[in-house]
Design a protein. Structure first.
Length: 458
């Protein structure tokens, strides 16, 4: 890609693969690229109803597409051209996607005829050939290759763990792609823990658990990312327990990934924890300097960019704990080169990673993340937590949420109260006191809160 027009074509193709043909024809086919200043993209629609639909229904897909193609988030401004080739602006959508989280931020799609789950448009990059092996991941890489070469005959289950952004998803996709290549008749399922939870909730609600069982228990290979998210969910753990047993007893391959080893997923039932440890557990640690440089060079090479040695070393010295951040920085430099004709110098690299190097997410974003995570844990909505409802489950979730906000952000009580509809200082103090008492006296609650805090800080 050598221009913004090429980028926009790639974005539209990304969207085309994820929606129906009629929807693409109506809402995407006639879109025109406007301008891009490195942060904000202007897109022209041919009619007001198209602009409205893009803003209300398809904005997440558009944001995801730009993130996948460029490697970093952008702001989107959709305008309608008038008869004089001018444009009518609309209010810009709320904040752009946070973080360079491909493929985790990308939507899942089903590959025709295989039952596969593929995370994002970049999965073709997630092969063993494109995985940089270092001392930090050598064992996990070797184990993944062994499983891919001999499903169910090497290590079953294979449990890969390590902090976010170090390559667990890459290895799972590499296993999937290798098995798919060698065994095209296999039914391979790839899903993350949260999606599995949502599916079982929907199946129970819609009285379609039979279809759910048929889908998962007939897999030849099941790969689950972020398995820690099923912790604390009784129905989900019950369902996964039986799915695991069915597949394991039938000699089917199971691969699991988590941000921590089974013994540290405190809200996970013991019967699942022991099963996860039946096979092989392999950890991935942050890469050393030499491995980070190798990752940067490989990503630049894949993008067709010649990155100077001093730029590679600068990025490797600044970004030490997350491979996705390294790749995101290289993608951003490539975008600068393609779209603004800016050469990849140390100065450009400094500008490309300034957002990553800045302090953690703003407090409002962090609070939203906390509310969402607690809501997920309690199987309710974020709106329920912020509501005035006094039902026991919602009230307990709200108490937990207030406690976690205080623990992570240190916000004053009055400010926390404002986040929950203007509740007074005394109410917030009482909620925190109650939660703290639960943490000190109720081990199950303590483990659940620890899991919530780990997931938020990941």
């Amino acid at each position: 890609m050598d221009s913004f027009e090429d980028v926009f074509v790639a974005v539209k193709n990304y969207c085309r693969e994820r929606i129906t043909g009629p929807a693409y024809s109506v809402f995407f086919e006639r879109l025109e690229c406007g301008s891009f200043d490195g942060e904000k993209v202007i897109i022209y629609a041919h009619a007001d109803f198209v602009r409205t639909s893009l803003n209300t229904r398809y904005m997440p897909l558009l944001r995801e597409a730009f993130l996948a193609v460029l490697g970093f988030e952008v702001q989107l401004d959709i305008q309608v051209r008038n008869s004089n080739n001018g444009a009518t602006a609309v209010p810009q959508p709320s904040a752009p996607i946070a973080g360079n989280t491909l493929p985790d931020a990308a939507a899942q799609t089903t590959l025709p005829g295989t039952g596969n789950k593929e995370t994002g448009t970049g999965s073709y990059d997630f092969t063993f050939e494109n995985f940089i092996v270092g001392s930090n991941n050598k064992f996990a890489h070797a184990a993944a290759q062994a499983v891919a070469a001999n499903p169910s005959g090497a290590y079953n289950p294979l449990f890969i763990y390590g902090p976010s952004g170090l390559g667990k998803t890459h290895l799972e996709n590499a296993i999937r792609l290798e098995i798919q290549k060698n065994h095209p008749d296999y039914n391979i399922l790839y899903v993350d823990g949260e999606a599995f939870t949502n599916e079982i909730i929907s199946a129970i609600r819609d009285n379609s658990t039979t279809e759910f069982h048929q889908k998962y228990r007939q897999a030849d290979v099941l790969l689950v990312d972020d398995i820690q998210f099923i912790g604390g969910k009784d129905s989900t753990q019950e369902e996964f327990f039986h799915t695991f047993n069915t597949l394991f007893n039938a000699g089917k391959q199971i691969v699991l990934a988590s941000d921590r080893p089974p013994k540290e997923i405190k809200s996970l039932e013991e019967r699942l924890r022991t099963r996860f440890e039946w096979g092989l557990t392999a950890d991935i640690q942050p890469p050393d300097f030499e491995t980070r440089v190798a990752i940067i060079k490989r990503k630049a090479n894949l993008l067709g960019m010649d990155l100077p040695e001093d730029v590679c070393e600068f990025i490797a010295n600044k970004l030490k704990s997350n491979i996705r951040q390294l790749e995101g920085a290289v993608k951003k430099l490539n975008a600068y080169r393609m779209l603004s004709n800016i050469n990849p110098t140390v100065g450009a690299a400094q500008n490309a990673i300034k957002d990553i190097l800045s302090e953690t997410q703003p407090v409002p974003v962090t609070i939203d993340k906390i509310v969402t995570e607690v809501a997920r844990c309690y199987n309710i909505s974020a709106a329920d937590i912020r509501s005035r409802s006094r039902t026991k489950n919602i009230a307990n979730a709200r108490m937990t949420c207030i406690y976690c906000i205080r623990e992570i952000t240190g916000l004053p009580m009055v400010d926390i109260g404002r986040e929950f509809g203007g509740r007074d200082h005394a109410t917030i103090v009482y909620a925190i006191k109650q939660a703290k008492n639960e943490v000190e006296t109720n081990n199950t609650y303590k483990e659940m809160v620890e899991d919530i805090l780990k997931n938020i800080r990941a």
